[in-house]
Design a protein around this ligand. Structure first.
Ligand code: XIL
Length: 383
């Protein structure tokens, strides 16, 4: 049974679920939290997730944007205190970087990399190749030769600019989509339509040439659960990784996005078996975009938080002890800023609560779940 503990106490999964059902109280899990109405940010109180992660040889970080860090000093303080790594949430996507075919706009990404340097944070690059957030003008590019030239030049420029400063790059993002009907399970996308599967190799080779120090990651979504659709994605993904490695393509790690769902219980056994196979291929592992959707959970915030925390606890109990895991990134830090306000909105209109900190940047049960999982790994490292 997984447990959620603060520094002073333990809250079992059963207790969390009791909380979720509206009954019981678990003082242990709440002891490390900031409390609902504290003037100073709870993130200023030790222990912090970044330190707990480091004690176990991992990192903890989050995705964020320039706009929120710049406009919201309270949030920026919380971010710098709690995170050991920053991922630009949108600033390195084509749509942000490439206003025109012959132009780059590095202003957002440069600002975030400078913020990270000042605060002593690692940075992950996200992402060089994606079917989404493309620059609108790309649609006018039709010929394979032009697409190949553009992609190569883009990666050389972007990866080259931050060479030596990136922990890792999500070189390709979400390339598997069996629903598109191809035998190899690859997604039908702008890049695939022009270059077939060759764009994947091209991207990894180009990234390796531009920054030999960065870990190069294949980042994938919807592979976490036990259903048939996830199983199909895992099968295609494993086959793709095997093909790439057999050809000597420089893939160093698998990124597991980990956008989880609060009302779906899982022991994540099927994912664990798959990750054993990935480890046997010699690949590292990163949890790249963790959050827990609460759109089908009860409205009452305490119950919702407990159910969300139980999913964090179960997932990280499986994930964090894995020997090839580099670290965990949540897709956002505080419920004040989460993509799920738009993409995972609740039918009742209540603000969503998928992240470790609440709207006021106070620690939630999800924080406690993450801290317990990190602490467990740190304790094992010490013994
Ligand atoms: C999301 C951002 O969080 C949003 O701000 C943006 O509007 C859309 O993209 N998988 C990914 C991320 O790999 O890049 C996505 O980020 C979330 C899903």
């Amino acid at each position: 049974m997984s447990a959620v503990a603060s520094t002073t106490g333990i809250c079992t999964r059963r207790e969390l679920l009791q909380l979720a059902a509206g009954g019981g109280l678990c003082a242990g899990a709440l002891a490390g939290l900031g409390g609902p109405a504290v003037a100073t940010s709870a993130a200023t109180v030790a222990p912090r997730l970044r330190d707990l992660a480091a004690a176990g040889g991992r990192f903890y970080g989050a995705a964020t944007g320039r706009r929120q860090l710049e406009a919201d000093p309270d949030f920026a303080r919380c971010f710098a205190a709690e995170c050991g790594l920053l991922v630009p949430e949108n600033e390195l996507k084509w749509r942000a970087l490439r206003p025109a075919p012959d132009q780059f706009d590095f202003s957002g990404a440069d600002w975030l990399v400078a913020f990270a340097r000042r605060q002593g944070l690692l940075v992950r690059g996200h992402t060089l190749v994606w079917h989404d957030a493309l620059a609108p003008w790309l649609q006018t590019v039709r010929r394979a030769r032009d697409a190949e030239q553009l992609l190569g030049a883009h990666i050389a420029a972007v990866v080259g600019r931050y060479a030596g400063q990136m922990h890792s790059w999500d070189v390709v993002n979400e390339v598997i989509n069996p629903e598109d009907g191809r035998a190899d399970g690859l997604r039908a996308s702008f890049w695939q339509a022009r270059l077939d599967s060759a764009y994947i190799e091209l991207a990894f080779h180009q990234a390796a040439a531009a920054d030999p120090a960065a870990r190069l990651v294949l980042n994938e979504t919807q592979i976490e659960y036990d259903d048939d659709a996830s199983a199909r994605r895992r099968d295609h993904l494993l086959a793709l990784l095997q093909r790439l490695l057999a050809k000597g393509v420089p893939v160093h790690a698998l990124g597991v996005q980990s956008h989880l769902v609060g009302h779906v219980a899982s022991d994540f056994h099927a994912l664990a078996d798959f990750l054993d196979e990935v480890e046997r291929l010699g690949l590292r592992l990163i949890v790249t975009e963790l959050d827990v959707r609460d759109w089908e959970l009860p409205a009452e915030p305490a119950a919702r938080d407990a159910a969300v925390a139980a999913v964090y606890a179960d997932y990280l109990a499986m994930m964090l002890p894995r020997p090839n895991l580099d670290g965990v990134v949540t897709w956002g830090l505080s419920d004040r800023y989460t993509w799920l306000s738009e993409y995972g909105a609740r039918a009742d209109g209540a603000p969503v609560r998928p992240l470790p900190f609440d709207h006021a940047c106070q620690r939630k049960l999800a924080w406690s779940a993450i801290s317990t999982a990190l602490q467990t790994v740190a304790n094992k490292t010490r013994t």
